[in-house]
Design a protein. Sequence first.
Length: 248
Amino acid sequence: MTQNSLAGKCALVTGASRGIGAAVYQSLGASGARVCGTATSAEGAETIRAAARGFDGCGEVYDAADADAAKVLLSALAEKGFAPDIVVCNAGVTADGLLVRMKDENWERVLQTNLSGAFRLARASLAGMMKKRWGRLIGISSVVARSGNAGQANYCASKAGMEGLFRAIAREGAPRGITANTVAPGFVGTDMTMQLPEKLREEWVKMIPLGRMGRPEEIAAAVVFLSSAGGDYITGQTLHINGGLAMH
């Protein structure tokens, strides 16, 4: 993508203080967009603001599990003259455990944040996009939405649900020039994955045909592509970026 391929656009990225979200925040800004990133804490929001070097970026506090948070966030941004053209639903949590031992609160927490949070933010963003007759909604899913993963029934369900949600949005938004897609990363090298035991990481890498973990910047590049003119005719799709870990 060219440096100014998204000039004049406003992009909102949730969960942007680290990992894939931080890379998406940087890449959208480098492509010319005005970008707002969110975190669940004031410290995280400040980290996001400080990371905006060379582009117009801001950081806001937002909890995707809060039923009112999406409306509050968009209202606060509107007061700053910021109306999102591109919304990237990246905020997510895990609460792993085998299904037979999984507590209701861990199921609800993951579904509320990962799926219901994406639903509420997409719903709150659509009105403005429909008025402009242009918009990009992008959800960050996961390879496990298709493959499944033992000990992550809640996470797998939330990401599979996100993919179905965004296909429905694609149907509804198409007449108004709005596209909706998901990006499904595989095993990506972030601070979270690097906390896993080295032996476990090595076992995962052995299963990847390309022989390495992905980089956050590689996921971000796909988001920029879907946000740009190159993605104009792509909607209702899940773009798998996993080095061949799961081939569909």
